[in-house]
Design a protein around this ligand. Structure first.
Ligand code: OXT
Ligand code: ADP
Ligand code: MG
Length: 597
């Protein structure tokens, strides 16, 4: 159905919601609006200028009208990728990213991204059309029948349904507030098909919209919490600051840098906090991770949870004797969520509030006389770090044949250094872990990756959104398995002519390409793909640039050209298929069989 047809049908309301009448325009001559336009207006009045989605019944006309009304409509090939795009747009901008899908299957495709956004504390709103409530609730077998609201609820921060056109303003406002206030997260907004066609008086419709005032109010920490934290930090002999992606999200970049530099405390960035201060900063302890975690006596967590990525704050990583033993560190934790405190180990000084307010309150208590950490600690951290960096430099200087992760990433490292504004998207196992430790980041929110769930499939959605939101070149370093989860979106990248350079680290499989079928049968082992696949040819089908690179020199040339030309590019970087390890750095998370062969 085209826009013209919709306009016709929208003046014949499908439901008798409060403000809708039989054919009010014909009767009174008053201007009318409808559900379609109210949704668009409600988003626009709140500064939302982009929607990531995939059209179909009942939202096709919504996508057309949104475009007609000046919203940028980025259409994907699969809703999960649109959802991932929305989620990372939310992370980058602090505005909820919007993902728009059709009912049941489209909704479910978007739901993984919504759940992932919630897990990662990214603000997004999944808006899905849904089928006739009366039929769904009686389970009479409607087209794409599903009780979407009930299914979404446990997987997101909040879920709302709007039944009447005059409530669209409230529904959108509630969704925005829920997504960005407090701990950010994913919100589901259910819009039944009938809602879109409902008409109401245009003036009344306009009045029903809500421009959300102060959607993410500052949360000022209590003075005594700040005092407790400062006391602990000041008395520390081996202090450490741990920066998480909450710190990156908060956009308190200058204050966070001041906190590190004024206190002189070494800091360890979590993956997506890399670049908050340049990775080359003299106080970075990134290359001394396994030294600083067990050795530190006081740890200040800034927007980082003590979850699996930090070994739950205990065990050998932290110097504990057994895997459940604490290491004896005292923890200060800054987080907007009070419930995060003590989730894994005791938090000695909880500081609840938004990171901007908390860090500035800490800074106010850190004067010129603040004692720098003891020199022995700083020297020990620096020595360990420099030793690891030197060891890494030796490895990176090698030029093995075939190319391996290190020699390929040595190129990526140089390209990112030369283009510090470029955004790096990264997924895979080895392709992820090696990139994280080899490629230095120089600016905040430039590294986007698999996050809290270690989820594969974020790659192309993140890349599209990063390019759309920032206008900067995007470099996506993808394991060949990881790329497969969202690879069809190279068409989207070409269609919107986005400056995205995808580099597929092709080692013929999940982790490695060397497994064999133990039965000797014709099927390959479960982790192995078609050998020698030419991923570069995929993008050529859509007019992009495909490059097959087997040496660091070829890779360098292709990446330099991609970043310079800003043309959609996919480089098939052939990596030694024996080079990876099972699950990369997290091999130990694989359960081992009790039964011995
Ligand atoms: O201090 P030490 O000595 O320990 O050294 C550390 C640092 O100090 C040092 N370092 C440095 N040295 C020198 N210079 C510099 N600059 C430097 N910086 C650091 O380096 C080491 C390592 O540092 P790091 O990484 O900070 O430390 P560590 O100990 O590793 O940190 C621990 C962790 C846990 C924080 C870290 O490892 C981490 O963040 N890990 C994330 C792991 C992760 O999320 N992995 C992804 C999931 S794996 C698996 O699930 C996969 N699947 C299953 C699947 C998934 N995930 N999703 C879905 C929807 N379906 C299925 C699949 C299918 S991965 C995967 C595909 C894999 O195949 P691909 O083909 O895509 O990829 P390849 O493996 O490439 O083939
Ligand atoms: P990482 O994976 O980098 O360690 P996490 O996702 O585990 O980071 O932690 C991010 C934390 O940051 C969450 O606990 C979240 O509540 C918190 N957070 C997010 N935004 C803010 C903010 N503006 N102020 C304070 N805390 C925040
Ligand atoms: Mg691989």
């Amino acid at each position: 159905m085209g826009i013209a047809e919709t306009k016709r049908s929208s003046s014949t309301p499908a439901s008798t919601s409060g403000a809708a009448a039989s054919d009010p325009q014909a009767e009174s001559g008053a201007a009318l609006t409808d559900g379609f336009h109210l949704v668009i207006d409600a988003l626009k009045v709140n500064g939302i200028d982009t929607i990531f989605g995939l059209p179909g019944i009942p939202i096709t006309d919504l996508t057309r009208m949104a475009q007609a009304e000046g919203i940028r409509m980025i259409s994907f090939r699969h809703e999960q990728n649109a959802g991932n795009a929305a989620a990372i747009a939310g992370f980058m901008t602090q505005k909820p990213g919007i993902c728009l899908t059709v009912s049941a299957p489209g909704f479910l495709n978007g739901l993984t991204a919504l759940a992932n956004a919630t897990t990662n504390c990214f603000p997004m709103i999944l808006i899905s059309g849904s089928s006739e409530r009366e039929i769904v609730d009686l389970q009479q077998g409607d087209y794409e029948e599903m009780d979407q609201l009930a299914i979404a609820k446990p997987l997101c921060k909040a879920a709302f349904r709007v039944l009447h056109a005059e409530d669209i303003g409230v529904g959108v406002a509630r969704a925005i507030r829920a997504a960005v206030s407090g701990r950010p997260g994913g919100v589901y907004l259910d819009l039944p098909a009938k809602l879109f066609a409902q008409s109401m008086d245009a003036e009344a419709g306009k009045r029903s919209l809500i421009q959300v005032v102060d959607p993410a109010p500052r949360q000022i920490p209590a003075a005594d919490a700040i005092g407790r934290a400062l006391d602990l930090l000041e008395g520390a002999k081996r202090p450490l600051i741990l920066l998480g992606k909450g710190a990156a999200y908060a956009q308190a970049d200058a204050d966070i840098r001041s906190l590190v530099e004024k206190t002189g405390i070494p800091y360890l960035p979590m993956s997506m906090a890399k670049g908050l201060l340049p990775d080359t900063h003299e106080l970075s302890a990134a290359a001394a991770r396994s030294f600083v975690l067990p050795e530190a006596d006081v740890v200040l967590l800034v927007g980082a949870r003590l979850n699996w990525l930090l070994s739950h704050g205990k065990g050998k990583t932290w110097g504990g004797k057994g895997h459940k033993d604490a290491g004896g560190q005292k923890f200060i934790q800054i987080d907007i969520s009070p419930q995060e405190m003590d989730s894994n180990v005791r938090i000695d000084a909880p500081v609840v509030g938004d990171i901007g307010s908390c860090v500035s309150a800490l800074l106010a208590g850190i004067g010129a006389a603040w004692p720098k950490p003891p020199a022995e600690w700083l020297t020990a951290v620096a020595e360990r770090r420099d030793r690891n960096i030197a060891k890494m430099a030796e490895t990176l200087a090698k030029d093995p044949v075939p190319m391996n992760f290190h020699s390929a990433l040595n190129v990526v490292r140089d390209i990112v250094k030369a283009n510090p504004d470029a955004i790096l998207v990264n997924e895979g196992a080895n392709a992820l872990d090696f990139t994280r430790s080899i490629v230095d980041m120089y600016k905040p929110r430039k590294r986007l990756d698999v996050g809290t769930w270690g989820v594969m499939g974020i790659g192309m959605g993140f890349a599209v959104a990063a390019a759309v939101v920032s206008g900067e070149p995007v470099i996506a370093i993808e394991g060949d398995s990881a790329f497969g989860f969202s690879g069809m979106e190279v068409e989207t990248i070409c269609r919107y002519n986005l400056p995205v350079c995808v580099v597929v680290f092709n080692n013929n499989g999940v982790y490695r390409g060397t497994d064999v079928n133990p039965t000797g049968g014709a099927d390959l082992a479960p982790t192995v793909f078609v050998k020698g696949a030419r991923y570069d040819r995929l993008i050529e089908a859509f007019g992009g640039v495909g490059v097959h690179a087997t040496t660091p020199a070829e890779l360098r040339r292709a990446m330099e050209e991609a970043v310079r030309s800003r043309r959609p590019t996919l480089i098939n970087a052939v990596i030694d298929e024996t080079a990876g390890t099972e699950s990369g750095r997290i091999t130990s998370l694989n359960p081992t069989a009790g039964k011995k062969k």
